[in-house]
Structure formats: C-alpha cells, structure tokens
Design a binder for this molecule. Structure first.
Ligand SMILES: [Zn+2]
Length: 142
C-alpha cells in the first residue's frame, strides 16, 4: 500500500488517499476513477512531497537567519528605491564620474551611484571625494 497526498486542481482540496501501488494510482487516474471528495472533479493529482525543512535545531537556526536576511534585504531594497529615484546611475564608471564631478563641474554636480572597488573608494577618499558604500541586493533576487 502506498499513501499519496492528492490535490484537486478545481477546488484546491488536499486529501490523502491509499493505493495498492503507484501503478494502481496511474490506472485509476487514467480511467478517471479518481475524483475530488468535495467537488467531484476529476482534476485530481498527486502533490509533490514537500521536503521536511524544519526538523532539526540547526535547520531552525537557518530559517531564522533567512528571516533576518529577508528583513535586512527589505530595508536595503528601500534604500535602493530611494537611490534609484534620486541618484544618477553610472555603472562601472563610478570612480571616473565621481572625480569628474569633484574636479570639473561642481555646479552641475548630481548625486550618482554605481559600482566601485574597495581600492577605488579608498583612492576617492584620499582625494577628498565623499563616497559611501552600501550593500546592494540584486534586482532578480526575491
Ligand atoms: Zn475539488
């Protein structure tokens, strides 16, 4: 005997059902003998077994860390939104752009953001150019 968790694609009801074997399940499914207890729909399918994620102390800590990380990420994303709305993006040219603003055209100076290496930042600082490094979350990451 084998127990499957089934889900009704029609009404989203989840229920357990016993079968003689996985083949038996396939056979019943093909013959439309599997139906939802609630709405009698035949759109009943096996659910994929969710792995047990939180079953040890270590895993629980990982989960807490993930929650903390997500909270921090939310804050960072808030900064990012502000920066994107108010700063000009200069990509990898950050050090160059920061210098040209500092040395050439102070009147037109606009806040910029972009990528820079630690060395770039150190050099800029040595030259008296103010630059802040903030953590950045990739846009594609959720
Ligand atoms: Zn149903």
């Amino acid at each position: 005997m084998i127990k499957y968790k089934l889900v009704c694609k029609n009404c989203d009801l989840k229920f357990d059902s016993w079968f003689a074997s996985s083949k038996e399940y396939e056979r019943l499914k093909k013959k439309n003998l599997l139906s939802c207890h609630k709405c009698n729909s035949f759109k009943v399918e096996k659910t994929i077994m969710a792995p047990q994620l939180i079953n040890s102390k270590l895993k629980t800590n990982e989960k807490i860390n993930l929650e903390k990380y997500n909270k921090v990420k939310k804050i960072i994303k808030g900064y990012q939104k502000f920066i994107k709305q108010n700063f000009k993006y200069v990509g990898d040219n950050f050090a160059y752009e920061a210098r040209s603003i500092h040395y050439n055209d102070k009147k037109k100076s606009k806040a910029i953001y972009g990528r820079a290496s630690n060395e770039d930042l150190k050099e800029l600082k040595d030259e008296g150019i103010d630059a802040q490094m903030i953590p950045w979350v990739d846009e594609n990451e959720n």
